[in-house]
Write a protein that binds this ligand. Structure first.
Ligand SMILES: [Zn+2]
Length: 408
């Protein structure tokens, strides 16, 4: 509040708030609220206005001031710029910045209860704080190795395209949509020179990503994300598990016996044991796997195939490629259709997968960014449209997190 003068402080009984009357310092130039250009006085506007400020203890605080209009050369009659708030906003800058910081640090409930604002308002605040940061910083500077991914939100009906920087680990760009036009907007923002400086692009095998990358940065090495390739194997394994479960259940219908019911149920519950990496298994899950090995050799083979593929990405480099060669010849002969098909898909994308094994790009980064954005999409439920969701993701995972006001 360095550039404002406090005229009076009163307690408003009706609003149950401390009302602080302020005015800009004497000699402060009148500027357009939208563009900041100096502009001559126009009229008194709608008279005095109030802005919600940070609480004092448990009491709400409102700033009150005249809000005259100036006549901007570009924008015409516009409410004058005030030093304590963003243009056209009912909260002070400090209030907004505090809410944005909290939104990246604590739960939805904590932000809403502590700051006494609606969740939808938090969405609007996050969007304008993020837009402010975007106007100041260049998130696309110095990119060399990037990852491109798509994330579903709104229960899979809508998608975001996201770009991460493999070197800094930061989320650098996100937009609603998952198609060539959306991704071209990223390369438009990046520009030709900076696109030419990109050496590696990792992505899942989506054709629309490959098309745009080939067109906009043809010299970059295209790598498959290990995370996505292992996810294909998990899907194939799940297909085999569901088949086994359906067969076991079918056996019940035929025999109407209790024995097979138990078998079907156990298979259904084996899902997590099959999905998890062996080193993360609990004792019970380990026992479940041993049970599968004894009772359903085919499903167990599918499990070993999934693990074998994952191992290639753990090994990386030449040992990874050799492991992948062995895996392909094993999967080709495995007589499990889901894995024979997966093997064909892997062969088709072999060049991109080998590039991933060579580049050593962190699979963990894509996976953790993916997981964190997914979590944010759930938190952002209730925001208005995709923009606040993107803003919260940029503030939380980008290179420039929001700062608490008044700290150095
Ligand atoms: Zn203006």
């Amino acid at each position: 509040m360095a550039r404002a003068v406090i005229e009076a402080v009163v307690f408003d009984e009706d609003d149950e708030a401390i009302v602080v009357s302020v005015r800009p310092r004497k000699g402060a130039q009148r500027r357009c609220g939208r563009c900041g250009r100096r502009a001559p006085w126009f009229d008194r506007g709608e008279g005095r206005r109030r802005w919600r400020a940070l609480d004092v203890g448990t009491l709400r605080v409102l700033l009150e001031a005249d809000a005259p209009r100036v006549n901007c050369r570009v924008h015409g009659p516009t409410v004058v710029q005030v030093p304590w708030a963003r243009h056209g906003v009912g909260h002070t800058r400090d209030f907004d910045d505090t809410v944005a910081w909290l939104a990246t640090q604590c739960s939805k409930t904590a932000v809403v209860e502590l700051m006494r604002v609606a969740w939808r308002t938090v969405g609007a605040i996050v969007a304008r704080v993020s837009a402010d940061i975007d106007a100041r910083v260049d998130r696309l500077a110095g990119l060399r190795r990037i990852g491109i991914d798509e994330i579903s939100y709104k229960r899979g009906h809508r998608y975001l395209t996201v770009v991460v920087d493999h070197d800094s680990g930061a989320l650098v760009w996100a937009a609603a949509g998952r198609d060539e036009a959306t991704l071209r907007r990223f390369f438009d923002a990046l520009g030709t020179d900076r696109a030419a400086a990109i050496t590696h692009v990792s992505a899942d095998a989506a054709d629309w990503i490959a098309t745009v990358v080939a067109e906009r940065c043809p010299n970059a090495i295209r790598c498959a994300d290990a995370f996505h390739v292992v996810a294909w194997a998990t899907d194939a394994l799940d297909e085999v598990r569901r088949q086994a479960w359906n067969e076991a259940r079918g056996a019940v219908d035929r025999r109407r016996a209790g024995r097979a019911t138990g078998h079907a149920r156990a298979l259904k519950r084996a899902r997590y044991a099959l999905w998890k990496n062996p080193e993360n298994l609990t004792d019970r899950q380990r026992a479940k796997l041993e049970w599968i090995a004894k009772t359903d050799p085919r499903l167990h083979r599918a499990y070993l195939l999934k693990e074998g593929l994952r191992l290639a990405f753990v090994l990386k480099g030449n040992p990874g490629k050799e492991a992948l060669d062995r895996w392909i010849s094993w999967a080709r002969r495995c007589r499990i259709p889901a894995f024979v098909k997966l093997q064909q898909r892997i062969v088709k994308h072999r060049a991109a997968i080998d590039a991933a094994l060579d580049s050593g790009l962190s699979n963990a980064l894509i996976e953790s960014t993916n997981t964190k954005i997914r979590l944010i999409t759930r938190i952002a439920f209730g925001f208005h449209g995709p923009q606040p969701l993107i803003a919260l993701a940029m503030l939380s995972l980008g290179s420039h997190p929001p700062e608490l006001p008044g700290r150095n």
